[in-house]
Write a protein that binds this ligand. Structure first.
Ligand SMILES: [Fe+2]
Length: 191
């Protein structure tokens, strides 16, 4: 029989950090996402002018990376664009191929892009009162397509791991761009 390793606990959902209390805070600025936006020229121009806005923040309650635990994290993606491309998270595959994940929308409106290793792409809306299931084997990136911050809660196996490298190498096959004030999912010309 498994001996309980940690005490049960609860967190409060909502507020400026999305989750409280949290253990780890990550901040991703434009400079951290230089290799991820498709229009690298605009990124370089902004950075050369000293503009390095925060694109997103993650507030985590991680557990030990062992198979029986789940980790919690709230992500806040600020509203904004690089050219016509909306702010997004880097996106990752899970290092552990059989790890799935659930996202629950808390504030704002977004799109989750999902892409398998063989290039199949899916996209779903994320917004308050919507939960999205990300099956094993799909890389996932979240895009804030609204004019206010996008906040969502993620629940994932604590040993899932993050593989960002594959996304940098191949890029997502689709991009979410603004066209006439609305988000559209289009083919990535650089992928
Ligand atoms: Fe994930």
């Amino acid at each position: 029989m498994l001996k309980p390793l940690i005490e049960p606990f609860s967190v409060v959902i909502g507020g400026p950090t999305g989750i409280k209390p949290y253990k780890v805070k990550l901040v991703r600025r434009l400079s951290d996402l230089q290799d991820f936006f498709y229009n690298k020229k605009i990124v370089e121009e902004k950075l050369s002018k000293g503009e390095n806005p925060t694109v997103y923040e993650v507030y985590e309650v991680p557990q030990k990376p062992v198979s029986r635990h789940l980790s919690l994290a709230a992500t806040i993606i600020f509203p904004g664009k690089v050219g016509d491309e909306y702010y997004f998270t880097k996106g990752h595959f899970h290092e552990k191929e059989d790890a799935s994940e659930v996202y629950i929308g808390l504030e704002g409106e977004g799109i989750i892009l999902m892409q398998s290793r063989s290039g199949e792409v899916r996209h779903l809306k994320i917004e308050p009162n919507v939960a999205v299931y990300i099956p094993p084997g799909f890389a996932h990136r979240t895009i804030n397509v609204g004019s206010s911050k996008l906040v969502f809660l993620a629940i994932y196996p604590s040993d899932a791991g993050h593989d960002y490298g594959s996304i940098v190498e191949t890029g997502f096959a689709k991009l979410v761009l603004e066209r006439e004030g609305r988000p559209v999912v289009v083919d990535n010309p650089t992928a």
